[in-house]
Design a protein around this ligand. Structure first.
Ligand SMILES: NC(=O)c1ccc[n+]([C@@H]2O[C@H](COP(=O)([O-])OP(=O)(O)OC[C@H]3O[C@@H](n4cnc5c(N)ncnc54)[C@H](OP(=O)(O)O)[C@@H]3O)[C@@H](O)[C@H]2O)c1
Length: 273
């Protein structure tokens, strides 16, 4: 018994040292602090008021997902749109009164051209759609994360949408050897070609969320990064609430360029305001 506790003590000590060492290495290689969003001393309340007066409408793709759910809640709380439409593959039910004015469009993503009308007449589009290779296989992942998203963006643009906000991923790179990052990078780049008046790509690291669905690898990463963020600040993981807040706040800000990429630290700086 005594030996068991000695071994346990040594193991705990070893893992603590390991976490601190990893934290130190990650901090060293971390992205620099984003000056742009940190120094943004704008008053969000007045930006919200101005935006609200424009009576704009938006749609959300992926509102049943973890980030989409929180984004929807944030949009309802801040009340900046006169109309919110959820576009998804199934009808969602909400009990809270705050959700009663939502419009829902149920579409078949395999035949999106038949549902072009669902994408018409929105000023702003948010996309939090996505699946995983583990859940849908490589082909299924490409179908959802590339084909569904590209077609939706194309229809939205044709339907008069001027702003498109896309949740992508940290490390997205169209030349990556990793399928996930490559597809994310391809989609990020392709949508830019559609020529939205404003196009914002959000590239967060690991999403910190208590997901109901079982995703063992993501669960492990979350536990690890939860431990790590209590030791140091890192740009590897982020609570979904921060991502959602950043997407909404960024909608209110006049961008410097038509297309922009918000890396993890930009999202953190903006989402914590
Ligand atoms: N997990 C991470 O750590 C992480 C990190 C960075 C970026 N991201 C990216 O962030 C985005 C959002 O992630 P999340 O975890 O919030 O998403 P999520 O909880 O997995 O939700 C995904 C959404 O996509 C919809 N969807 C999935 N498969 C579909 C299909 N075959 N047809 C139609 N709709 C489908 C889901 O609808 P149903 O509810 O009907 O299934 C849901 O609304 C994804 O693109 C993801 O790759 C994730």
């Amino acid at each position: 018994m005594k030996q068991f506790f000695t071994t346990l003590g040594k193991a705990t000590g070893f893992f603590t040292v390991l976490i601190v060492a990893i934290a130190a290495v990650l901090s060293y290689f971390d992205d620099p602090e984003p000056v742009k969003y940190k120094s943004m001393a704008q008053d969000m309340k007045s930006l919200e008021e101005n935006f609200k007066q424009q009576n704009k409408s938006c749609f959300i793709l992926g509102a049943s997902g973890e980030t989409g759910k929180v984004l929807l809640k944030e949009l309802l709380e801040r009340n900046i749109f006169s109309k919110i439409t959820l576009i998804g593959r199934r009808q969602l039910t909400f009990e809270d009164k705050a959700y009663e004015n939502l419009v829902q469009e149920v579409v078949d993503f395999e035949k999106l051209d038949d549902y072009a009308a669902a994408f018409q007449g929105h000023d702003v589009g948010y996309c939090c759609l996505g699946t995983t290779k583990a859940k849908a296989g490589a082909e299924g992942f490409i179908r959802v994360d590339r084909d569904y998203i590209l077609k939706s963006a194309e229809l939205a643009k044709a339907g008069g949408c001027s702003q498109f906000h896309l949740q992508s991923s940290r490390g997205a790179d169209k030349n990556s050897n990793f399928l996930y990052l490559k597809i994310k990078g391809q989609v990020d780049a392709k949508i830019e070609e559609f020529g939205f008046d404003r196009y914002s790509v959000y590239r967060p690291g690991v999403l910190l969320v208590d997901r109901q669905e079982s995703r063992p690898t993501e669960w492990l990463a979350r536990k690890f990064f939860n431990g790590l963020t209590s030791v140091c600040s890192t740009s590897m993981a982020i609570p979904i609430e921060v991502v959602a807040k950043a997407m909404v706040s960024n909608t209110l800000i006049q961008p410097e360029q038509k297309a922009e990429i918000l890396e993890h630290k930009d999202i953190t700086a903006l989402g914590k305001k």
